[in-house]
Ligand binder design. Structure first.
Ligand code: COA
Length: 184
């Protein structure tokens, strides 16, 4: 992948996609501080905890997490990552996560970033990608996943709870990665 990569959003604004760097720690903290709590709740990690952000920064170059960010006017406006395992029965499966700042949603930014991570997963030789979504909360992400050829693999009924204790289904979606024609 050639970075930095300039992309033009639907509103004609430009964003730069590039790998997350060690110097981004405070920018990444500010990014997550600006994400509404209702979106943060469903992330597996407490992104308001500086140690969580530090862990992601420390993971740069370790080969287990590969993260990219989108930057506009020096500010991070989206963060996406591919998480890989080094050992065991699921090391052929990568997991994806993405967060786009609300003002920058529906501008194709999420699609650009996910396409990059899907390509990277293929380059790494992974067979499958997995992403979990909360039905009724992350429906936009579910739609985006279908467009990227993910399929519904399982639903864990009433598995997650909202801050107010309302239960929602968790939908596990998988995308099979095929080697490109160039490999044959
Ligand atoms: C889901 C998310 C990453 C999408 O990013 P985005 O940059 O807004 O997405 P895009 O503009 O590339 O849109 C891609 C597709 O997503 C779907 N989508 C995006 N926003 C949508 C909405 N509000 N309602 C329904 N579908 C929506 C559409 O299918 C869209 O394709 P289209 O533009 O051809 O209609 C973003 O909304 C987000 O960060 N949400 C909160 C966090 C989250 O849900 N993360 C996913 C958990 S891994």
């Amino acid at each position: 992948m050639r970075y930095p990569k300039e992309v033009v959003l639907k509103n004609k604004k430009e964003a730069v996609i590039r790998p997350l760097e060690t110097e981004d720690e405070s920018k990444l903290r500010s990014f997550y501080a600006a994400i509404p709590e209702k979106d943060r709740w469903y992330i597996r990690y407490d992104v308001t905890n500086p140690l969580v952000i530090k862990k992601w920064i420390d993971a740069i170059g370790t080969g287990t997490i590969y993260a990219i960010v989108a930057v506009v006017n020096e500010k991070i406006v989206a963060h996406a990552s591919l998480h890989m395992r080094e050992f065991g029965s699921t090391q052929h499966v990568g997991r994806l996560r993405i967060m786009v700042m609300p003002e920058f949603r529906h501008q194709r930014l999420g699609t650009w970033m996910l396409l990059d991570l899907i390509q990277l997963a293929m380059d790494k030789g992974l067979n499958d990608l997995r992403a979990d979504f909360v039905v009724g909360v992350e429906d936009a992400a579910i739609d985006a996943a279908y467009k990227l050829d993910f399929f519904k693999s399982a639903v864990l009924k009433e598995y997650v709870k909202s801050p107010r204790g309302i239960r929602y289904d968790l939908q596990i979606m998988i995308k099979r990665l095929h080697r490109s024609y160039g490999d044959f």
